[in-house]
Design a protein around this ligand. Sequence first.
Ligand SMILES: Cc1cc2nc3c(=O)[nH]c(=O)nc-3n(C[C@H](O)[C@H](O)[C@H](O)COP(=O)(O)OP(=O)(O)OC[C@H]3O[C@@H](n4cnc5c(N)ncnc54)[C@H](O)[C@@H]3O)c2cc1C
Ligand code: FES
Length: 289
Amino acid sequence: MSSVLEAPRPVEAAPRPDPMLPVPFVVERTQRETADTFTLELLPQGGGRFPFDPGQFNMLYVFGIGEVPISISGDPAFPQRLIHTTRVVGAVTKGMGALKRGDALGVRGPFGTGWPVEEAEGCDVVVVAGGIGLAPLRPALYEILAHRERYGRVVLLYGARTPDDILYRKQLHDWRGDFDLDVHVTVDRATSAWRGNVGVVTTLIPRVPFDPYHTVAMVCGPETMMRFTVLELERRGVPAAKVWLSLERNMKCGVGLCGHCQCGPKFICKDGPVFPCVDVWDLMSRREL
Ligand SMILES: Cc1cc2nc3c(=O)[nH]c(=O)nc-3n(C[C@H](O)[C@H](O)[C@H](O)COP(=O)(O)OP(=O)(O)OC[C@H]3O[C@@H](n4cnc5c(N)ncnc54)[C@H](O)[C@@H]3O)c2cc1C
Ligand code: FES
């Protein structure tokens, strides 16, 4: 029998899942977004929740093909399912695009840093997305719109290659109608049916109303687009210190062990992928070491 004078036993912490071990998930729903882009809704095979910060990514393992980093594009308020929007570029993303309802997928994560949604409270928010870059920004938009009263003006500037490449078309339409969200879409090349803006996304920056001195900007897209966006925001008066970017590099471990994503002194998987612009401006044109 134990004595009341015995030292209390330390409470055992719940074991943390090994970050290198993929957890099995099942495809619940697939949705084609554009000719080369699709969204997967995943549920954990054993049930449970999967909390994440807007801007974080997972390593998705397509059995028998390989593993790739993909940002989470779903709503952080619904952590019981995982949503990823992916563009087909090579073997793994092609294999992922062929998955059907009921198929299994391995998931490691969530990894990396998130968008500064809390730091932006009280400010105007300008979200600038190019192409598939809208997917990693969508969770930040969900979170901001869920607490809309905490922010000033909220502006989304989105550029796609053509009207057929516009992601989340219905949702953009709904957001524009239902929320106090200023949505502007532009395309590089128009079709005859397109009645909207034509030109690169940076051309929208001088035209939209926001207070540059009280603005936080979140930017995601190809690196050239992000560089020109930062310069255009600065021209408008938004200091680079208030601009955040998401960087992409080839990855293997996702947790700062292998050095695959190292770029100068930074590990994109661990210190990023979301960085304050001033921390990565010099690294942006460099590939991995
Ligand atoms: C943190 C992070 C988040 C990402 N989020 C998304 C996302 O939400 N949706 C999405 O569609 N993609 C995303 N990507 C990119 C995605 O990981 C790559 O497209 C994928 O790894 C390509 O694998 P693959 O085997 O299909 O093609 P591969 O055969 O590996 O490559 C095909 C072509 O794509 C190029 N490529 C491969 N990886 C990258 C990369 N990381 N950046 C730029 N070019 C690359 C290759 O150089 C090659 O030209 C993200 C990448 C990172 C690092
Ligand atoms: S992917 Fe291994 S260190 Fe970043």
